[in-house]
Design a protein around this ligand. Structure first.
Ligand SMILES: *Cc1c(COP(=O)(O)O)cnc(C)c1O
Length: 431
């Protein structure tokens, strides 16, 4: 059954398995559900108090059809989402939604862990192993590597910009070994993303190495990210209208939130909070999408100059920029703003936030200035210890490192260094 189409409308509709393994559609677009059904109010009422796996099954099953039996879907979601996603109130209008209690202490664990299990569930048992090629600006690499580490008949190749990810982030994908290889590229995250795209564009390479992707364009990451929006909205319960402030880079997180709202999650609006990589705020202001090279900031997982998932968002609104504006407000925050925000969160609320989560909080404040009648959920996307140096400089005290992170820091790193040229990457993909 065909259920997924390309945002660019020039590729055939495909089923879930094909869309999941393909990554990009053949016309260069991103896969999106052909239809995003609104679930009945009664279904939403019944979901109150249910687990992440229950909520996820209810949201995802109608989108993917019967290629994954409901029971298989529920079991893999329960296995992947075995950590809590708590709401922490800061004052009476804002709550942080802590998405960082998974194994790599960042929200990408949600998408990556579900993706790995979905791929393994649909992968043909007789086929050669899947090679997952992933470009990372920091957190994706660790989450994807951890998510697939030890999963039979899969390999993971992580591409990252040399010297531009934190020591803790680097430790998370360079120390696993086994079916995980790490490649440091002389260049930026955009160079890494371009290399990965070029590898995927080569049909020979794709087929021989059985290449697949796990970047934030991947449908298998997008779908599960709807779950915490629904869960948080159900947990927040009755009250003033809810908005969600999303610290955004590639805009996969926000795209999933919009989908959850289309399916009927009680969310009145979204706020995209970015660092100075402000391609989307500029798009909202001018109506023109003008990507720029990315600039390095404290919130480096959001250092994206060409946000791929905006294409999904524009598709959802039939490319009408006014409709996008009605759904999403935005704000841009400098590194100085972020340092001040981390200090204020600590001094006024006793809350220790990482730079990305601090941007979410700043976005929530901005949203409330514009919509004083609302409550705002701010998505806390990384554990402060992942950015310990920056956070402790800002708040004037040490940030305790969780045990698994400390352990990763002491393990031996295995890294291959390459220049940002496709010829340098190709042999490593085959290895
Ligand atoms: C990836 C990431 C983001 C940005 O999410 P997108 O889906 O790319 O917009 C924000 N914060 C952290 C900690 C991340 O790792």
């Amino acid at each position: 059954m065909t259920r997924f189409i390309s945002t660019r409308g020039q590729a055939p509709a495909v089923g879930f398995r094909e869309a999941l393994l393909a990554g990009l559609a053949p016309d260069g677009g991103l896969y999106v559900p052909q239809a995003i059904p609104r679930l009945p109010d009664a279904t939403w009422r019944d979901l109150r108090g249910h687990s992440l796996a229950d909520i996820g099954t209810t949201l995802i099953a109608p989108l993917i059809g019967d290629e994954l039996p409901r029971a298989t879907l529920h079991a893999l979601l329960a296995d992947a989402l075995d950590f809590p996603i708590p709401l922490v109130p800061l004052g009476d209008r804002i709550s942080m939604v802590e998405l960082f209690h998974g194994p790599t202490f960042a929200f990408k664990d949600v998408g990556a862990r579900v993706l790995a299990r979905m791929m393994s569930a649909v992968h043909d048992a007789d086929a050669p192993p899947l090679t997952v090629l992933v470009a990372t600006s920091g957190d994706t690499g660790g989450a994807v590597a951890q998510a697939f580490h030890g999963v039979p008949r899969t390999r993971v190749v992580v591409l990252y910009p040399h010297g531009q990810v934190s020591a803790v982030q680097e430790a998370q994908f360079t120390t696993l070994g086994g079916n995980v290889s790490a490649i440091a590229v002389q260049g930026t995250f955009d160079d890494c993303q371009r290399l990965a795209k070029e590898a995927f564009a080569r049909a020979d390479l794709r087929a021989d190495a059985n290449l697949t992707s796990a970047n934030s364009i991947s449908l298998g990451r997008l779908l599960p990210q709807m779950i915490y929006y629904a869960h948080a909205a159900l947990t927040a319960g009755e009250g003033p209208p809810l908005a969600v402030s999303v610290p955004s880079g590639n805009f996969g997180n926000l795209a999933a939130g919009l989908m959850a709202a289309r399916m009927g999650a009680q969310i009145a609006g979204f706020h995209a909070a970015t660092n100075i990589n402000d391609t989307v705020p500029r798009y909202l202001a001018s109506g023109r999408f003008e990507p720029r090279p990315s600039v390095q900031t404290l919130a480096n997982a959001m250092d994206v100059g060409h946000p791929s998932n905006l294409e999904r968002i524009r598709w959802m609104f039939a490319d009408q920029v006014q409709a996008v504006r009605d759904a999403i407000t935005s704000s841009v925050h400098t590194d100085d703003d972020v340092r001040r925000a981390m200090r204020r969160l600590h001094d006024e609320h006793g809350y220790v936030a990482d730079p990305h989560s601090a941007i979410a909080w700043l976005g929530a404040l901005r949203r409330l200035e514009q919509h004083p009648d609302e409550r705002v959920l701010a998505l806390a996307t990384a554990h402060p210890a992942k950015f310990g140096d920056v956070v402790s400089d800002a708040i004037g005290r040490d940030v305790p490192i969780p045990l698994p992170l400390a352990a990763a820091m002491t393990r031996t790193r295995q890294v291959t260094h390459i220049e940002a040229r496709p010829e340098a990457l190709v042999p490593l993909v085959y290895a």
